[in-house]
Design a protein around this ligand. Sequence first.
Ligand SMILES: Cc1cc2nc3c(=O)[nH]c(=O)nc-3n(C[C@H](O)[C@H](O)[C@H](O)COP(=O)(O)O)c2cc1C
Length: 175
Amino acid sequence: MELLPVLQQRWSPNEFDMQHEISAGEVDLLLEAARWAPSAGNSQPWAFHAARRGDARWHQLTPHLAGSSRPWAMQASLLVVNLSHLYVADTDWKYSEFAAYDLGQAVAHMTIQAHSMGLACRQFRGFDKEALTATLEVPDHWEITTMTAVGQAAPTAQRSPGASSRDNTIVWPRD
Ligand SMILES: Cc1cc2nc3c(=O)[nH]c(=O)nc-3n(C[C@H](O)[C@H](O)[C@H](O)COP(=O)(O)O)c2cc1C
């Protein structure tokens, strides 16, 4: 029994190849992978706003990148805004107790699909959430949770310090 190679090999690069371009078909496949993730009651409490480097949507997103993510996120061939469906519209009723949990699963699906296609992803929170929410006119009952930078890892890309350790994972019972 072995860990799946794609799980073993997945990592989050801190540099992407700026020459790499992602096709519309590849973007569709990534979104399709997210769509097939499990969710509570099949509620699919997620949405994705995808922008290829240089397109009009990309120009809307990039001003909101934080300084910490800007260097590599600007190089990525695709930026995806990952949103969770928090409330039923115009109410304070939760749309799903599991919205963020389920979005995370969908993004994990997308990430693994990307890596199996020879791409790499770096999920991130380093952006101005309020400003991006305003720019994208995200309705009140939705929330931007994270973004994902997708592309081909640059040959010089490195993993964040400590990223290869999994020492914080706790599994009970320990014996
Ligand atoms: C929800 C989430 C938010 C993250 N936010 C950032 C971020 O803002 N900046 C960053 O450089 N990396 C960010 N990361 C990437 C993690 O630091 C990275 O996945 C972790 O160090 C493990 O490394 P690995 O993905 O290479 O295994 C984020 C990852 C997740 C899942």
